[in-house]
Design a protein around this ligand. Structure first.
Ligand code: BGC
Length: 810
């Protein structure tokens, strides 16, 4: 770009011009970019965009959600999904696909777990890298999100993730590191939350020091929608583009900061260069043509590879001609994706009832059985019992309903509705072959497990998921999905249980490194299903482990009667003294398909991630010299082969056992303030503002429950009432969740210029009970906003030569 840009044009380029578009500078040949969700299907809104999904979106293939695809343990398959997403995006004129989401599942309760991959960073990173490679092969940009430590929906734009540097690096950043290093995404989305005190979109440690300087990211960082806080701080720290549109308010702030010397032209130019570079780097014309039928077939294949068989007393697979009663609301109305910004309008949708036709099973009856939103209904249950009585087997479709898993709202428990569990028990009394087919995007408790003869977990299988689950039931496919997250026996076993969600201003990651299986395996807490677990219709034998400095090799044999695929997993642990570590950490895996009796040599190479840990004292990745346990197995608990391997590292072992006893023992469920402070290396920030403290620009609207102004308190309770009502109706309302958790500043960030930050400050003054002062300031702020926006819009339409500045420093 040789054309010179004015200061106003540069400033304007750093925020969106509408909900889904960046700004254009036509005279300089810079076009607006189209950004669209999302992770498992394109959500290109029709009509006016509103981010919160009021207007419907164009039909697109709804692939299984990330939580589901992760169960395939197959990055190549993820790449095919990415290619399809990229092609569909291009066909809809979308330049940037806002996904994949790869936050680590810190708690089973996070409302968005269904759209994240795993509790493990290595698996998340590898699968996400597949998506990114696929999406970008079509000329469009991928946008891995939400960077970083975005683990809860409560107060999601107004919460500070307090996490020690080692945990941050090893658990919450490593997946992003893998994606950046292996797939070079052209954009990345910063998270809503603060990370250790600073908002992610203006966090120089994350965006500059780690993302750009260490990992070599050279793309654009876009804020999550409404997640930008201070436009000037973002430009300084490496946050490029603020979305959606704050009107020209942020641009004016940038101009003032440059003029007053608070923001260097160099920083501004660097961010502008990132926008221009992206415009030049995307080329949707490279995409292949979309074939809806082929994409549906791919959605089916992905769902097939992602099914996890969790229990089988021998009833499965069902033979052709078996008389089955089909029971459960989910058989008729599938639960196949989650709620929120990832919601896709599918090109077609298979239901289990329809898919039964092609199975060779004989359906004797269908009964709804229960209401998906809960509540007992004796007539429905009795009808189901009758249906079950005469059949050889019962296919019982259970699941979480649409309100249970949604962006914007964390779960409060891990249970299935009690009416479903009660029905299972009754069916079991009349038929001992009850096969449960489960739809849920996150882990649940299963005290009822013994009541079923088999359990097929389909997760959220996308538009073709129904047929995939039946393929497992009939043995048309041999299940090869493995859990990408642990199923604890009960919620209280989860290591973050006491700390999650952070209800005040902070979310404290006191369990440190011990997320998911890292805790259960190390602290030896029994689980329902371990990480990496999944059954098959065949059996595999592991033998002949050999370990060299380059990696491991071993022999894998299919010792059963049918073809199948196994997912051998490589785990590493440390022997002897050293920094505290989980007993086993995933460092490699493969998906290996074998015919009956076939055997093969599997190689899992070591890489830069295998033995490293982050040395806080040295401020770098380090490898402690000494002995490591190398384990290969079929799950984190099912280790088949082990060896000890001596590593010549670059650091002597450091042991802080006296200072960090809970972390060395992995007893991290109730860490004291003192010990967490020792881990953090600083004092704990306060999580509650002092009693009676006024609300601020970054207080969430839900804090109005405690506001001085009675009208504000009324507004908060009205919002809460509306949320409860939408939940009772079974239709989660993302708008309401968003409003309730968003801070006041987002009013300016989300209203396309209708409100400026100055006006929002006035609103906060009113909420704090100083109504007269606030109303006055609001009125004068509104007048100023209108006047200045008009003047700047004119400046942008007819740039004056004196306002011209050198073009970006590219
Ligand atoms: C979500 C993002 C999404 C964006 C745009 C936000 O509320 O957190 O994941 O991409 O909206 O819809």
């Amino acid at each position: 770009m040789t054309m010179e840009l004015t200061l106003a044009e540069k400033a304007a380029l750093l925020s969106g011009q509408s909900v889904w578009e960046s700004r254009a500078v036509p005279r300089a040949g810079i076009r607006a970019l189209n950004l669209s969700d999302g992770p498992h299907g394109i959500r290109k809104q029709l009509g006016s965009g509103d981010h919160l999904g009021i207007n419907g979106s164009a039909p697109a293939t709804c692939f299984p959600t990330a939580a589901t695809v992760a169960n395939s343990w197959n990055p190549e398959l993820a790449e095919l999904v990415g290619e399809a997403l990229g092609a569909e995006a291009a066909a809809l004129d979308v330049d940037v696909v806002l996904g994949p989401g790869l936050n680590i599942k810190r708690s089973p309760l996070c409302g968005r777990n269904f759209e994240y991959f795993s509790e493990d960073p290595y698996l998340s990173g590898k699968v996400a890298a597949g998506y990114v490679r696929g999406i970008q092969s079509q000329g469009v940009a991928a946008c891995p999100k939400h960077f970083a430590a975005n683990s809860q929906e409560l107060r999601r734009l107004a919460s500070d993730s307090v996490v020690d540097e080692r945990t941050l690096r090893e658990i919450y950043l490593t997946a992003f590191e893998i994606v950046v290093r292996e797939a070079a995404p052209k954009t990345i989305m910063s998270a809503y939350n603060r990370v250790n005190g600073t908002y992610a979109h203006e966090n120089a440690h994350l965006l500059q020091e780690i993302l750009r300087d260490e990992w070599g990211f050279d793309g654009l960082v876009v804020s999550d929608w409404g997640g930008s806080n201070d436009a000037v701080a973002a430009a300084q720290a490496g946050g490029t583009l603020e979305m959606p549109s704050p009107g020209l308010d942020s641009a004016r702030q940038l101009i003032a900061a440059v003029e007053e010397g608070r923001l260097s032209e160099e920083d501004l130019d660097a961010r502008v260069a990132e926008v221009i570079a992206l415009v030049e780097r995307v080329d949707p014309a490279l995409a292949r043509k979309v074939d809806d039928a082929a994409h549906h077939a791919l959605a089916l294949r992905v769902a097939q590879e992602s099914q996890v068989l969790l229990r089988n007393t021998g009833v499965l697979p069902l033979a052709q001609g078996t008389k089955v009663a089909v029971v459960g609301d989910f058989a008729k109305t599938p639960r196949y994706q989650g709620a929120g910004s990832s919601l896709v309008n599918p090109t077609q949708l298979d239901t289990a009832l329809e898919a039964m036709a092609g199975t060779g099973l004989e359906m004797t009856a269908y009964a709804q059985g229960f209401h998906r939103l809960g509540g007992q209904d004796e007539a429905l249950a009795a009808e189901a019992v009758e249906a079950a009585r005469g059949a050889d087997a019962v296919l019982l479709y259970l699941g979480l309903d649409e309100t249970s898993e949604s962006e914007g709202n964390d779960r409060t428990h891990m249970r299935l509705p009690s009416n479903q569990i009660a029905l299972l028990a009754r069916l079991r009394e009349v038929n001992e072959n009850v096969v449960v087919i489960l739809s849920a995007g996150s882990a649940i408790e299963m005290p009822w497990l013994e009541d079923c003869a088999a359990l097929v977990h389909g997760y959220l299988g996308g538009q073709a998921g129904a047929a995939a689950a039946l393929d497992v039931v009939t043995g048309t496919i041999n299940p090869s999905g493995r859990l990408a997250e642990t199923y604890p026996v009960r919620l209280e076993d989860n290591p973050s249980h006491r700390y999650y969600p952070g209800r005040g201003e902070t979310a404290e990651y006191r369990e440190g490194l011990f997320a998911g299986y890292r805790y259960y395996a190390t602290a030896q807490v029994p689980v329902l299903f371990p990480f990496g677990f999944g059954l098959s219709y065949t059996s595999f034998e592991y033998s002949d482990l050999a370990v060299t400095d380059a990696g491991v090799t071993f022999t894998l044999e299919n010792t059963g009667d049918v073809a199948g695929a196994e997912v051998p997993q490589l785990y590493i642990g440390r022997e002897g003294a050293g920094v505290h570590r989980p007993v086993r950490e995933l460092k490699g895996f493969a998906k290996v398909a074998l015919e009956p009796g076939e055997k093969t040599t599997v190689t899992l190479p070591f890489d830069a991630y295998t033995f490293r840990h982050y040395s806080v004292a040295q401020g770098r990745w380090a490898v402690e010299s000494g002995e490591y346990t190398v384990s290969v197995g079929a799950s984190v608990e099912d280790v088949r082969l082990t060896a000890t391997h001596t590593v010549e590292g670059d650091a002597a072992p450091v042991d802080r056992r006296d200072e960090l006893p809970s972390y060395h023992a992995a007893t991290v469920t109730d860490v004291s303030d003192e010990e967490f402070e020792a881990l953090l290396g600083r004092e704990l920030p306060a999580s509650t503002p002092g009693a009676g403290a006024p609300l601020g620009l970054n207080s969430p609207l839900l804090a109005m429950h405690e506001a001085r102004n009675p009208a504000a308190r009324f507004a908060a309770s009205t919002l809460k009432r509306l949320i409860d009502r939408s939940q009772r109706k079974g239709k989660p309302d993302l708008n309401l969740y968003f409003l309730y958790n968003m801070p006041f500043r987002s009013i300016a960030k989300m209203t396309n210029g209708a409100a400026s930050m100055e006006m929002v400050e006035a609103i906060v003054t009113i909420v704090n009970g100083r109504s007269f002062a606030g109303i006055g300031a609001l009125a004068s702020g509104a007048v100023r906003n209108a006047r200045e926006s008009k003047a700047m819009a004119a400046d942008l339409t007819h740039p004056t030569p004196q306002a011209s500045q050198p073009a970006s420093n590219r």
